[in-house]
Design a binder for this molecule. Structure first.
Ligand SMILES: [Zn+2]
Length: 501
């Protein structure tokens, strides 16, 4: 349908409604037409496409990630959305090496069985161990040395490696740091030690040859690679075995460390073997995919509303990690909105950008790259709306809506008029910790940022695990997220008055 043509036709009819009323009615009709063409079937089809083996879990740097980004760009082109990337393309490129994990590998403990014999106790994937997504290729057998958090922080007079020799050993390490109050500005002085990258590099620096990382049994590619360092994640069972007969536990020791801020590292005397089958690819490249619907108002078109989410996933660990909820769901929500906005033909005053972000799972690289290479002036960037894991449940959650009531009201009105789902919002609280989402990157850059989420979970969440399949999303709520964004963003982009944040 062609909006301007219809305007002329209706306005030329004698004795018809006033032009303003006609424009209003016509806007409502045009809005509703595409509203009803946003479907849960499209949402599920797109999640299924992005989760399929041909994209191999969309690991940033891999050729399959690039294939997924090309699929997104093809859709944008088909709907008439303009490219906003490098040199007139949809792609904004940056470099990032990646690690290919061929097999899940193995982990076992050596149990002395007398007369030099050893029983190998193997652990099962994925509940007892998870391959290190940036592990080097090969095998290591060594004593396990417990090193608390693996942190060396001279300015805090804290060093988990002090007085303990880890050279050639396997370090057993917890995530995070002993200081726990992320809402306290003091935490900012600890944050550099929270990064997984730091922890691995610090272990390598101290001569360790391997690592058992107590970080849950899920894929974590947000960590450094070293060609001589083999590691994996571990769950409850191997941890219990290491501490068996010691009269204490990891939790008990951590409590004491946190309380005293004094390390308690020790050699466990337990021997483990980690096997990994991987290939490092230093030549990897990643991209953000950028599509733009330009505003039509000569002044206001320089303002932009950005809707974004991460397109990448955690790849393949010898078993496909489909990343359906995380974050094919968010991408499908955005696609539903983008398609409806583009095909409605409703002229927007402000510009709207659809930002499909790469490099999120390997350290929020794509959002930072966009911040460093923006397509619109920062003072003209009205807001950033982030979607991550938005596809499982019944209600809407608009994070940080209380911080930006002038933006939030568009979502509230859209829900009240058209969707009628339970909707909640929140006020962002200070957090000095390691940033955990693209939204934080935008928000720390000073952009009003709201995160869309879902309440009332209906299905189990298999975070960074093989179980994150398309069966684990609820497409009905995804349809409504796209509809909510479509109505709210269309109205925000058309607003005559300045949008007060
Ligand atoms: Zn995610």
């Amino acid at each position: 349908m062609k909006y301007p043509a219809l305007t002329i036709l209706l306005m030329s009819l004698p004795g018809f409604l006033s032009p303003v009323a006609v424009a209003q009615d016509e806007f409502g009709d045009a809005l509703m037409k595409q509203f009803h063409l946003i479907t849960s079937k499209d949402a599920l089809d797109w999640v299924t496409e992005l989760s399929s083996p041909k994209y191999n879990g969309r690991l940033s740097g891999s050729p399959e990630y690039i294939a997924a980004s090309e699929w997104v760009a093809r859709n944008l082109r088909e709907w008439g959305i303009k490219p906003g990337g490098d040199n007139g393309s949809y792609f904004q490129w940056f470099d990032k090496g990646y690690n290919e994990v061929h097999e899940t590998g193995s982990l076992y403990m050596h149990i002395p069985a007398g007369e030099g014999n050893v029983i190998k106790k193997y652990y099962t994937f994925p509940d007892q161990f998870f391959p290190g997504m940036t592990s080097a290729n090969g095998e290591i057998t060594a004593e396990v040395v417990y090193i608390g958090y693996g942190v060396s922080a001279p300015e805090h007079n804290y060093d988990d490696y002090k007085g303990i020799d880890v050279s050639g050993k396997i370090v057993l390490m917890n995530r995070d740091v002993p200081y726990k109050d992320a809402g306290n500005p003091e935490y900012a002085r600890w944050v550099q030690y929270c990064y997984h990258q730091y922890k691995l590099e610090n272990a390598v620096k101290h001569g360790a040859a391997g690592m058992l990382y107590i970080d849950g049994t899920h894929a974590n590619p947000n960590i450094s690679y070293d060609p001589d360092f083999i590691w994996c994640g571990i769950g409850r069972e191997p941890l219990n075995d290491i501490f068996a007969g010691s009269g204490t536990s990891n939790e008990e020791i951590l409590e004491k460390i946190n309380e005293s801020m004094k390390p308690r590292s020790f050699g466990t005397g337990v021997i483990f073997t980690i096997q990994a089958e991987t290939t490092w690819h230093p030549e990897g490249r990643v991209c953000n995919v950028i599509g733009i619907i330009e505003g039509t108002d000569p002044q206001l078109k320089d303002e932009v509303i950005i809707i974004g989410g991460h397109l990448d996933g955690v790849g393949n660990c010898g078993v496909l990690l489909p990343g359906a909820l995380d974050n094919a769901s968010g991408i499908a929500d955005i696609l539903g909105t983008a398609k409806a906005m583009a095909l409605s033909g409703i002229p927007l005053k402000r510009s709207v950008m659809f930002l499909f972000i790469g490099g999120e799972e390997v350290g929020l690289l794509g959002s930072q790259f966009y911040i460093d290479h923006p397509r619109f002036a920062w003072e003209k960037t009205l807001c950033y709306i982030n979607l991550d894991m938005v596809g499982n449940g019944t209600g809407f959650f608009i994070g940080s809506g209380k911080n930006y009531p002038g933006i939030y009201r568009f979502f509230e009105e859209a829900n009240r008029e058209y969707l009628h789902r339970d909707m909640r919002t929140s006020e962002a609280s200070d957090n000095y910790g390691r940033p955990r989402s693209d939204g934080i990157i935008f928000s720390r850059a000073g952009i009003p940022t709201l995160g869309i989420g879902i309440t009332g979970r209906l299905k189990p969440v298999y975070y960074h695990q093989p179980g994150d399949t398309p069966e684990m999303v609820t497409p009905e709520v995804m349809e409504d997220v796209s509809k909510l964004l479509y109505v709210a963003i269309t109205k925000m982009a058309r607003e005559d008055e300045p949008v007060i944040k």
